[in-house]
Design a protein around this ligand. Structure first.
Ligand SMILES: C[S@@+](CC[C@H](N)C(=O)[O-])C[C@H]1O[C@@H](n2cnc3c(N)ncnc32)[C@H](O)[C@@H]1O
Length: 341
């Protein structure tokens, strides 16, 4: 499968630059956000000081020289996959980060809406004139005003936070994934033929038990898979699906239309981010100030972040080596209209 052919500037010239926003009420809280995940993005906000506002995978060509080039190619691919190619297309992004995808969608003439549990990121999006709501996507199950309002849905790198190891222990993992497909189905306009939901998610290839994540990382042998899994969880909060799990949970709402492996693009994006962060540690007082402030307010998780990201490099470990422990899969899901409401 080829990666995006159209560039945002090409499309920008064709469509109006500020499409009318969708009028939607703030959803009522049904499932409070997971504190650890919310806190992770309060800490990750330090990276915004060095211009890191893209937190998922990219798709790189040898001639690329910046993080953003590969990111834009990947985001345009997701927009093409979801069918966002006409003015007025109503797009929902679950976990919209700093709004790069929303902005590109707007430039295509779309009416783009984000939902995001990070208050820092939602403020950033709204300050840019983007439409983002602060809340858990799980609240949309009961938010009937949102149902049937969209032509396409994207979740780019947010799914990894939706399940916690405690959910796995309690046997809820498939229920949560299944519910997420139900929500995507509900928010899509039933009259929209060929509606799609596009996801990107890290998948785990090695044996992992929820206990590995819940055991404090200090008690695991240095360099071991278990220690990396624990470090990642205690900083970011989350759990990854395995191959085929999402397809099974998508039924009866969606069927898999396309799958693309983006592992190498994630590794390259991570290299760009690491280089920028390391440079920033020496040159950018705002970055240091934000890390110091995070440490004062949240010392334990900030220590874990520093250990995980800078010292033991667990984030990078995920995509490195001949047979990396994780893979990044981009999925295009076709809505099954027969599933009904
Ligand atoms: C890895 S970041 C990706 C952000 C953005 N899509 C990007 O590519 O830069 C994951 C995003 O998902 C959001 N998120 C995680 N869990 C969420 C939930 N339950 N509901 C809504 N947003 C969530 C986070 O706040 C964050 O913005």
């Amino acid at each position: 499968m080829s990666i995006s052919t159209r560039s945002a500037p090409e499309l920008r010239s064709t469509f109006p630059s500020t499409p009318e926003p969708l009028r939607l009420p703030q959803p009522t809280v049904r499932v409070p956000p997971t504190e650890l995940v919310q806190l992770c993005y309060t800490l990750v906000h330090a990276a915004e000081a060095v211009g890191i506002r893209d937190l998922a995978d990219g798709e790189y060509r040898p001639s690329d020289t910046t993080l953003e080039q590969g990111i834009e190619r990947q985001l345009n691919y997701l927009l093409d996959q979801v069918g966002c190619d006409r003015p007025g297309f109503r797009l929902l992004e679950i976990g919209c980060g700093y709004g790069h995808l929303l902005k590109l969608a707007q430039q295509r003439g779309a009416r783009a809406v984000g939902v995001n549990i990070s208050p820092e990121q939602v403020h950033f999006c709204n300050d840019q004139g983007l439409q983002a709501y602060c809340g858990n996507y799980r609240d949309l199950l009961d938010a009937t005003d949102w149902h049937g309002q969209f032509d396409g849905v994207i979740a780019n790198g947010s799914l990894e936070h939706w399940v916690q190891p405690e959910d796995v222990q309690a046997g809820r993992i498939d229920t949560i994934y299944h519910e997420s497909f139900q929500i995507a189905h509900l928010v899509l306009d039933p009259g929209m033929t060929d509606a799609r939901y596009v996801t990107t998610a890290i998948h785990v290839k090695r044996d992992v038990q929820p206990e590995y994540l819940l055991t404090p990382w200090q008690r695991q042998p240095r360099g071991s898979d278990r220690r990396h899994f624990s470090l990642l969880h205690h900083w970011m909060g989350g759990y990854y699906p395995i191959d085929g799990q999402l397809a099974a949970c998508a039924e009866p709402y969606f069927t898999l239309g396309a799958e693309v492996d983006g592992t190498e693009g994630y590794r390259i994006a991570n290299d760009y981010r690491m280089a920028r962060m390391l440079r920033g540690l020496y040159t950018n007082p705002k970055l240091l100030w934000r890390i110091a402030r995070a440490w004062v307010h949240h010392p334990r998780v900030t220590n874990t972040m520093i250990e995980c990201y800078f010292i033991e490099r667990s984030w990078d470990w995920q995509f490195q080596g001949e047979d990396p422990p994780m893979k990044l899969l981009r999925h295009t899901w076709k809505r099954n209209p027969a599933a009904g409401f």
